[in-house]
Design a protein around this ligand. Structure first.
Ligand code: FES
Ligand code: FES
Length: 191
C-alpha cells in the first residue's frame, strides 16, 4: 500500500568480523552474525566455485574442506568456523596446473555439465589426502552425499581411482594435458 513502510519478515542480524584461512590466504570480512558459510564464501570471499544446489544439505554441491574435513557449507554457520582452514575447489589446483583429481575428472568423463563437480572434487580430494588407496566401497562412501544428474557415477569413480594411482606414484602424471594453461578470458567474459 502506498506510504506503508516495508517491514522485513526476518530482521537482519548485525554484522561482525569473520576471518579464516581460505585456500591458504588469510581473509577477513564483515558478515551477518547468522550468515551461512556458503554465502560468506561466495559473496564475501569471492569463491564462486562453491555451488548452491539444493541449499538444504542433500546435493553436496556446496562441499568445502574445513581443517581437511569435507563439510556442507550450506548447513554450516560461518561464525562457527571462523579462524579455521577452509579449502574450496579453487584451492585444489597448484597455480595454473590442475590437481591430479581435477585432471582425472576431465580425462575420464567425471565431469559433464559440471555443476556438481566442485563438490565432488573437494570430497574426493579429502578422501585421497587421508587414503591414497581407497577401495571402490570407500570411494562410494566418500561421495555418497554428492548427487550427479549427468554421469551415472561410474566415470566419477574411475576418475578418483585414476587420481589415487597418481597420488601413489603408480601413474605418470597422466596429465597429458596438464601443462599450465593461461586464462583464456583474463578480463572476464565478453559482454
Ligand atoms: S547446496 Fe549444500 S547440500 Fe545442496
Ligand atoms: S556433471 Fe552434471 S550434475 Fe554432475
Amino acid at each position: 500500500m502506498v506510504g506503508e513502510e516495508h517491514v522485513p519478515m526476518i530482521p537482519s542480524a548485525p554484522s561482525k568480523a569473520w576471518s579464516a584461512e581460505v585456500n591458504g590466504q588469510f581473509r577477513e570480512v564483515l558478515a551477518p552474525s547468522n550468515a551461512i558459510l556458503l554465502d560468506v564464501l561466495r559473496d564475501k570471499a569471492g569463491c564462486l566455485g562453491v555451488k548452491r544446489g539444493c541449499d538444504m544439505g542433500t546435493c553436496g554441491c556446496c562441499t568445502v574442506m574445513i581443517d581437511g574435513v569435507p563439510r556442507l557449507s550450506c548447513l554450516t554457520m560461518a561464525h562457527e568456523v571462523s579462524g579455521r582452514e577452509i579449502t574450496t575447489v579453487e584451492g585444489l589446483a597448484n597455480g595454473s596446473h590442475l590437481a591430479p583429481i581435477q585432471q582425472c575428472f576431465a580425462d575420464h568423463g567425471g565431469s559433464q555439465c559440471g555443476f556438481c563437480t566442485p563438490g565432488f572434487l573437494v570430497a574426493s580430494q579429502a578422501l585421497l589426502n587421508n587414503n591414497p588407496c581407497p577401495t571402490e566401497k570407500e570411494i562410494a562412501c566418500a561421495i555418497e552425499g554428492n548427487l550427479c544428474r549427468c554421469t551415472g557415477y561410474q566415470q566419477i569413480v574411475q576418475s578418483i581411482q585414476a587420481a589415487a594411482a597418481i597420488h601413489r606414484g603408480e601413474a605418470d602424471a597422466v596429465v597429458s594435458n596438464n601443462a599450465a594453461h593461461s586464462d583464456p578470458h583474463p578480463s572476464g567474459p565478453e559482454m
